[in-house]
Design a protein around this ligand. Structure first.
Ligand code: HGY
Ligand code: MN
Ligand code: MN
Ligand code: MN
Length: 420
């Protein structure tokens, strides 16, 4: 083994299981909800508190801290050749409104943990190592998700998102300004700075790893997705006096659209993922015929051809189902499936092998910021199991031993890349 390689195995022993677990519990106390869950939505007071906590830990180690124009938070552990492009790791700290204690935050805390382990092992790397906490990966408050990594990588301009409103009518621009103001004296970070390689650690959010008995998921790629908003406009009317034949009932039309879409989806194989997670009704009272109904569509598949074919049928299907209303279908985000660079997949697999950890290759059903980082640099992911594959649910759970194993693989992978 090269000295660097044995360095990474030796340093991986400094990854501290208790420190990693206790930090998860400290973070989980921010926005805690019943059932061991968290509600820490993007750019909320809870997100700001989590950012401040992360900064306090990073500042204690004298790492450099910076934030870019969409609030992505960067922590740098410098290298012997600081002018070189860094290797980067990270994930997100924002959660679903009924989220779990590990989705996203694990990748951020594992990234911080490996930096501290390298300090304690006295290991320096050629390249700097950057940790990033991406803004708004979930897209639950401000849709779509992965805004931070989309803007950083240049996939979408910041201007596309500044006017997006949450359900209380607050714009992303205002929430972002409040977040940046709450974290003063933060150095600024540019978009699209060079990155030598990116590796993200994440819980699998599915059952395959746990079922297989492997500890480490060597992620081979991420399926593609298309997000749509469907807005139906009808006419408000009195529930008691208006005959059915005269109604322009937006909710009835939305229900008709949804059943037509379900009929379309039933023709497809079960590898297609189709979710209507949000339905807003206006005025949302029992005795007024709804004048507006809007619903979300989250469509995913590993094959771009299927994603295009089915996604392209959404608008026509809704139009046909319409009953005397206006229907507006907007595609708010899309990303083709990605297959990670084979050398990155090998790096993660070899790191797990060097550490004697059982691993299996697998695709990701969930999207991650890695899906966008893949566009600008060699990218890989390390999965660890989560209990029964439950995620986006307060019951989401992971075992301390698995979390530390994933962090050790992350360390060993990043050290190799940072010395390449
Ligand atoms: O929706 C996703 O795939 C991610 O968990 N936000
Ligand atoms: Mn996530
Ligand atoms: Mn998620
Ligand atoms: Mn993610």
């Amino acid at each position: 083994q090269s000295t660097k390689c044995s360095d990474s195995v030796r340093a991986s022993r400094f990854v501290d299981k208790n420190r990693l677990w206790n930090r998860h519990m400290e973070m989980a106390a921010i926005g805690a909800i019943p059932g061991n869950g968290v509600n820490r939505q993007a750019l909320s007071l809870e997100d700001i508190a989590a950012r401040k906590l992360l900064i306090s830990w990073a500042a204690a180690r004298h790492y450099e801290i910076a934030m870019d124009g969409i609030g992505n938070l960067f922590v740098r552990r410098t290298g012997n050749e600081p002018e070189l492009a860094p290797v980067m790791t990270g994930s997100h700290m924002d959660s679903q409104p009924m989220g779990g204690r590990f989705d996203g935050i694990y990748g951020v805390l594992a990234g911080l943990e490996i930096m501290e382990a390298l300090d304690e092992a006295g290991v320096q790397t050629r390249r700097p190592i950057d940790l990033v906490a991406w803004t708004n990966e979930e897209g639950s408050r401000f849709a779509p998700g992965a805004m931070g990594s989309m803007v950083f990588t240049g996939s979408r301009p910041l201007d596309d998102f500044l006017g997006v409103k949450d359900q209380n009518g607050i714009t992303l621009s205002d929430a972002l300004a409040d977040t940046i103001a709450a974290i003063p004296n933060c150095a600024s970070h540019e978009f699209a700075t060079p990155v030598a390689a990116y590796v993200e650690a994440h819980i699998e959010q599915g059952p395959l790893l746990e079922q297989s008995g492997s500890t480490i998921g060597v992620v081979t790629g991420i399926q593609g997705f298309r997000w749509f908003n469907v807005e139906v406009t009808g006419e408000a009317a009195h529930a008691g006096t208006t005959p059915i034949s005269l109604r322009r009932d937006a909710l009835q039309t939305a229900v008709a659209c949804i059943s037509a879409l379900n009929a379309l989806i039933r023709e497809e194989t079960d590898t297609l993922r189709f979710t209507i997670g949000r339905l807003d009704v206006t005025p949302n009272t029992p005795n007024t015929v709804p004048c507006r109904a809007a619903f979300s569509i989250d469509l995913r598949h590993p094959d771009q051809v299927v994603l295009e074919r089915v996604g392209d049928l959404v608008e026509a299907t809704c139009r046909t189902a319409c009953i005397r209303c206006a229907v507006k279908v907007t595609e708010i985000a899309t990303r083709s499936p990605c297959v990670f660079n084979p050398s990155m997949v090998d790096s993660v697999e070899e790191a797990a092998a060097r550490l004697g950890l059982p691993s299996m290759r697998m695709p990701s059903g969930a999207f991650h910021d890695a899906l966008f980082m893949h566009e600008i640099c060699p990218t890989g992911m390390v999965f660890v199991p989560c209990e029964k594959g439950i995620s986006h649910n307060p019951a989401e759970n992971a075992a301390p031993d698995d979390l530390v194993a994933g962090a050790r693989v992350l360390l060993a992978t990043l050290v190799e890349l940072a010395n390449a």
